[in-house]
Every structure is written in C-alpha cells, then in structure tokens.
Design a protein around this ligand. Structure first.
Ligand code: BEZ
Length: 236
C-alpha cells in the first residue's frame, strides 16, 4: 500500500528542471487539494477520500507507539469525540509502527487515559503517507514522524498545517478553535480576531463593505476603523 508516486506530482518536470527533489516538490500549502492515499490501520485499510466522505478530517502524526506524550494525545482526541462530531470532523492518526502494535498500544491508552480510542491510526510502516505529507523532519527526529496536524475540509482542501516537536504535546482545544473559525468564515463570511474563542465578537471580512455588513449581520456592526468592523458571532 502507499501514496502517489513522486513522479505523478503535477508539474514535476518543471520542479526537476529547477533542481528540486521529488520530496521538496510535494510540500503541501494551504488551499492545495490534499493527495489521496490508501494505507493500513488497526481497523483495516483506509482510503483518505473514502474515509473523509463529506466530513472535515484532522490528520495527525506522532513519533511512535508506546511513548508517553503520544499516549496522552491519543486519549484526549478520543475524549473529545463529541466535539469532533458536533463539527462534522473525523480524526485520523498516523505513526510508522505496525497495525498489530497499534492494537496493543490502544489497550494501554484506553486503560491509562480512561477512554475508548475508536478512530483509525494509520500504520505507515513504509512511510509512504509520511513522505507524501512531509511528516518526517530528519534534522529534528531521525526516521520518525514529528507531530504534524493537517485540517482538511470536505472539498479535500488543506486549511491548516501545524508542526510541533516530538517533545511537545499538542493542544487539541486549539485545533477545535481553528475549525470553529474556519467554519464561521465558510458559512458566515466573518473572520476571528486575536485569541478569539467561541462566543466572542467576530471581524467582518474586508471584502464586505460596511453598509452591506449592516444588512448581512442584523445583530449589529461596530466600525472601529473603516477596515476593522466587529459583529457578534453570527451563529450564536
Ligand atoms: C513521546 O511521545 O512521549 C515522545 C516521543 C518521541 C520523543 C519525545 C517524546
């Protein structure tokens, strides 16, 4: 199993002509359509696009099974299941260990974190998905995946990418906060200001003139500056 061959990268000939390697040419950027793959997991083979369907996906990698920080992270993602469901999000973890190793480790996670890990953990033994998504940073961690997070929308577009070092556990409340912000922008044409949290005022996106904003946002628009307009969160 595995991902797309590097040679299948659109524009590869052009990349090669300016001296980029296949790996560099595949670096994902926000707004890109993410590459599909099929890879094994403890629940059987997972095809990303089929798994996603019409949902958002949070794809996240961790360095290895039976490691302490990862154990807490995977437990937390399971505990947050109602929050993912509320937002139409599926979670998909990855490490470069085998599926039968994942099964043994999940028993430990469930016992120590008092939770039920029921989402797939990709068993990326051949590192095909890790390479496709740039999850291995050899100058940070040799031959293992670092803590990458990818938020993928239902159109299969990459909406966020964050990379953490192996020694720092992620804050999944922040991942949920970003998903809330992205969904508000998609559905209500508002952006979210610094340190925004659910229920706080939002920012009217610059493409909407203030007069139109006053009609569109009946809860009110405060014009602090012509370019800085605030409105109560539209879906509250
Ligand atoms: C951990 O998950 O605990 C971990 C993994 C690799 C390096 C450091 C910590």
């Amino acid at each position: 199993m595995g991902g797309n061959a590097p040679g299948a990268c659109p524009g590869w000939a052009g990349c090669a002509s300016i001296g980029l390697t296949a790996f560099q040419a595949m670096a994902l950027q926000l707004g890109d359509t993410v590459p599909n793959f099929t890879q094994d997991s403890q629940l059987g083979p997972i095809n990303l696009y089929d798994f996603a369907g019409d949902s958002w996906v949070v794809l996240f990698s961790h360095p290895a099974d039976f490691t302490p920080v990862c154990t807490t992270e995977l437990g937390e993602v399971a505990r947050l299941r109602p929050e993912w469901e509320k937002r139409n999000v599926k979670t998909l973890a990855l490490s470069v260990d085998r599926a039968d190793s994942h099964k043994g480790w999940i028993e430990d996670i469930n016992e120590t974190q008092c939770t039920l890990v029921d989402y797939p953990i990709l068993a990326d033994e051949d590192r095909s998905v890790s390479d496709l998504y740039g999850m291995i940073h050899p100058n940070s961690l040799s031959n293992l995946t670092v803590r990458s997070v990818f938020i993928i929308d239902p159109q299969k577009k990459l909406r966020l990418q964050i990379t953490y070092p192996a020694s720092t556990g992620r804050n999944f409340d922040e991942i949920l906060r970003v998903i809330d912000s992205l969904q508000l922008t998609d559905h209500h044409q508002v952006a979210t200001p610094v340190n925004w949290k659910d229920g706080d005022d939002c920012v009217v996106v610059p493409s909407i003139p203030t007069e139109e904003a006053r009609t569109r946002f009946p809860k009110g628009v405060t014009e602090v500056r012509p370019y800085l307009r605030l409105t109560p969160q539209p879906n509250r």
